[in-house]
Design a protein. Structure first.
Length: 219
């Protein structure tokens, strides 16, 4: 697809910047508060965590889950995640989420700060993959940046896919996909796909809980 080079550059950014990945979690109180919100969310059973990064969220998921399967495309961040949590109930997998299909179903699918990195044209397929990964009655739970976060990014204009420029400590720079979802629009889009969804704004972020189409409407 036309956005393949951009997605390759996005992956290269996260691989090269693995050592800097955790910095925002140490610096921003809003992120620390978001991490604590996990204890209030309906996370249960077997959990699939998409784009787990360095595992900031994984231990909190594991504390509430029967098992966690945590997936990311960047080997460098996965190495940090494995060092952060060693548990017999947590399995880490390296896979490209735009190509990988879950081998079984889960009670919960969780992803934090991943939805904004999915190109808009790929969103319907992404949500279909999430739906197929959920058991009957399962839920997708997601956390991400709202529109206010655009003020903290170097947004690239006139791009075919919403993008931002990120810079690493060594001076290298990379384009990434960055979509600043509005809660109301995202709710409408998911509803149009047959999902039931509740999205709660929290500071400049949002937390969503969604249930996929059921019965014959489910794809």
């Amino acid at each position: 697809m036309d956005d393949d080079p951009l997605l390759a550059e996005q992956l290269a950014y996260y691989r090269a910047g693995a050592a800097e990945y955790d910095r925002p979690y140490a610096e921003y109180e809003d992120l620390q508060r978001l991490l604590a919100v996990v204890d209030e969310l309906p996370i249960a059973g077997d959990v699939l965590e998409l784009a787990c990064g360095t595992g900031q969220w994984t231990p909190r998921l594991a504390a509430r889950a029967r098992s966690v399967t945590a997936v990311d495309a960047a080997a460098e961040v996965l190495a940090l995640a494995r060092a952060r949590i060693a548990s017999s109930t947590v399995e880490f997998l390296e896979a490209n989420l735009f190509e990988w299909q879950p081998p079984r179903r889960f009670d919960t699918v969780f992803f934090a700060f991943w939805l904004s990195h999915v190109p808009p044209r790929r969103l319907p397929d992404f949500w279909n993959t999430v739906a197929a990964a959920l058991t009957p009655g399962g839920k997708a739970i997601f956390v991400d940046d709202g529109p206010a976060a655009a003020a903290y990014e170097e947004v690239l204009t006139d791009q075919p896919t919403p993008s931002a420029l990120r810079r690493l400590d060594d001076g290298s720079q990379y384009r990434i996909v960055k979509v600043f979802h509005d809660a109301r629009t995202l709710t409408d889009d998911l509803t149009a796909l047959g999902w039931s969804v509740r999205i709660r704004p929290m500071a400049g972020n949002f937390i969503g809980i969604a249930e996929p189409p059921t019965g014959q409407d489910r794809k």
